[in-house]
Design a protein around this ligand. Sequence first.
Ligand code: BGC
Length: 460
Amino acid sequence: MVAAAAEQVVAGLREECATPAGRLDEVAAAMAEEMAAGLAEEGGSKVKMIVSYVDSLPNGSEEGLFYALDLGGTNFRVLRVQLAGKEKRVVKRESREVSIPRHLMSGNSSELFGFIALALAKFVHDEGHNTLFDNKQRELGFTFSFPVRQTSIASGTLIKWTKAFSIDDAVGEDVVAELQMAMEKQGLDMRVSALINDTVGTLAAGSYYDEDVVVGVILGTGSNAAYLEKASAIPKLEGELPKSGNMVINTEWGNFSSPCLPLTEYDEALDKESLNPGEQIFEKLISGMYLGEIVRRVLLKISLQSSIFGNVDQTKLKSHFILRTPDISAMHHDQTPDLKIVAEKLADNLKIIDTSLETRKMVVEICDIVTRRSARLAAAGIVGILRKIGRGNPNDKRKSVIAIDGGLYEHYTEFRQCLESTLTELIGEEASRSVTVKLANDGSGLGAALIAAAHSQYLK
Ligand code: BGC
């Protein structure tokens, strides 16, 4: 038997993390309500509902050679994409991934952009001589996955950092101007023709291959969603309405919060000690950056209140972010009869050795509780968006496809399955026949290239 004190901690967690359908329904309703408030006026809601200036999605006719830069996590990627129109589509795609040194995520802006521009310049250099660009400037789509107040399709100021970034002097600045300056310093003659969020890129790339894609979601280190809204449903939209009658909205749902969210003492402590206390509450419940950290906090409490981990040195257990979401995913999916992988992960990451099978089962259950809550809340968020646009109900026969990208969705099978089954549970069997969720692998980079193509200076 697992010691009673430990069992109590897990029972408490199970109860506080519960997400019965009724509660998720409230979450979806609150999300839809906040979305409407965010569209009504600037600052109308914590859910920012950012106008992306992307008023139509790619249709396949895009042509040319475009660069993309995808910045938003611990790595950034540079891409070169050759688009060849409706029939041939993407004929060539090359990319390079570079990991961002930790100190640059909290240093200063010119260092970060300098580092990125250098890598970009090398990538461009490796293209060799290309006659296509003899008298022409290269063009780039910039995916910048943080909340940005867009001022046009190719400019926008950083509202705040999220995830593991915190570079004070960049807040309030135009991120395109910063990148453009850094590129010039590298002698790179390249124009940023579009600035987009990764969710917008995912939506764009998704709809490039399937015109029924109406929502783009990221479930990775961070979390967010973008969707196609009717321009007439955006009271805060200034000036002339776009000809298409539509506008892509970057919801920034990560900052959603509501009394109906199932918050625990672990979430509250995590938030307080985070880089951005009081912010990104929904994201802290659901995204990959935080799930392992929540589990670590639960395990620490168990170790403080019971002796089931034996006489463990708590130094590791007390280190923030030492248990990562891929670790809890590996433990959660452990199929070995004696939960060997769980034992290994506990020993390697947390110096918890010599656990009983009973204890290892308990650890798996903790991963399950935390991950199920995350997946079910993410599903409720998606339902909130579907409600806002009048889709995913028995009266709506249109097909609605939700394109999802991000490591959490792509690699964490239990998470993915739980999200998908929860979606069906919430909208019902009948409506779910017209709603599909699909993986839009690497959508954000391609999406940036596609939107850059649609806004190319050579089109006019
Ligand atoms: C950012 C969003 C981004 C999401 C996924 C969040 O932390 O605020 O802009 O889309 O992460 O990368």
